[in-house]
Design a binder for this molecule. Structure first.
Ligand code: ATR
Length: 283
């Protein structure tokens, strides 16, 4: 059997095994997908152990997803790194092929597909505020530009990191005719159609780090997290007339893109997202 996994630390909370098992079932693909807890600083050994143990059981390891904190290390084990992963400087999907390991990043296209498939807000021409300039923000900036956002403002607590992220994406923005800007959190000018929270602020229980004036009436406000970690941002968005959305759709859509890369089959992500939401609501 073909085997896949998600590697992280911690990894027990990961919904990826459930999502990929459902995709496999619905697409009638015979595969296994497991969770693997990898020691910090030992990502390469983790990949080797996964491949070795799969082979010892008569299976073939075909690829893996990569989650916190290994997204920055994963490119180092690959012989081929996609353009979008290079730009993001982060990897969430590995594919093991005869010519070596291929690294990719499906987080950004996951966010884009969630917005375009599951919300009423058009992304083409939209003015987007991206809050944060860490790994999560870096993963989505390129795909937002490629999807036709008209303006993307990146705001971060440490302004220099926003400046650097914007600089790295300047050529891509120019190619797509988009405006791209970097701001400190308290100086973001204007209001936006879409506001994406890519910071860890909700997780820390902190207040939303930007003024509510950034929200146009009816703006789409997405937190990349879900569950209690997204609640603070979603409550804030709702209280200020925006349409709140958590990161569950992005999670399922990034998985769908990885599944497509691995299996060459597009899974029914919208149906699986609905199932996952219902399951979490009932839990
Ligand atoms: P991730 O991979 O999840 O993006 P990260 O690379 O550590 O994690 O980035 C965390 C992001 O959340 C950063 O943009 C960080 O801002 P700094 O670059 O200034 O550190 C942001 N962040 C974390 N806690 C925050 C808070 N309480 N208020 C505002 N921004 C916060």
């Amino acid at each position: 059997m073909d085997l896949y996994c998600v590697m992280g630390n911690p990894v027990a909370h990961s919904r990826s095994p459930w999502i990929h098992a459902r995709f496999a079932e619905l697409c009638q693909q015979a595969l296994g997908y497991e969770r693997r807890l990898v020691d910090i600083g030992s990502f390469e050994e983790g990949v080797e152990a996964f491949r070795r143990e799969a082979a010892a059981q008569g299976h073939v390891a075909r690829g893996c997803n990569v989650t916190v904190p290994f997204k920055f290390d994963a490119a180092a084990v690959a012989q081929h790194v996609s353009e979008r992963a290079t730009l993001a400087q982060a990897v969430n999907t590995l594919r093991f092929e005869d010519d070596g390991i291929h690294a990719d990043n499906t987080d950004g296209i996951g966010l884009v597909n969630d917005i375009t498939r599951h919300t009423a807000t058009p992304l083409a021409g939209a003015e987007v505020l991206l809050i944060g300039a860490g790994g999560a923000a870096a993963g989505v900036l390129g795909p937002l530009l490629e999807a036709g956002a008209g303006r993307v403002a990146v705001a971060n607590r440490t302004e220099g990191k926003a400046v650097e992220l914007v600089r790295r994406h300047a050529a891509l923005a120019l190619r797509h005719g988009a405006t791209i800007e970097a701001w400190a959190l308290d100086r973001v000018p204007g209001a936006f159609d879409i506001v994406v929270n890519a910071t860890a602020s909700s997780l820390a229980g902190d207040a939303v780090p930007v003024s509510a004036e950034v929200l146009r009436p009816g703006a789409l406000a997405i937190d990349m997290m879900y569950g209690p970690a997204a609640a603070g941002f979603m409550d804030w968005a709702h209280a200020h007339g925006a349409v709140p959305r958590d990161g569950l759709g992005m999670l399922v859509e990034q998985a769908a893109e990885a599944f497509s890369i691995w299996r060459g089959v597009r899974p029914p992500s919208t149906a699986v997202l609905a199932e996952l939401r219902a399951m979490l609501a009932a839990a």
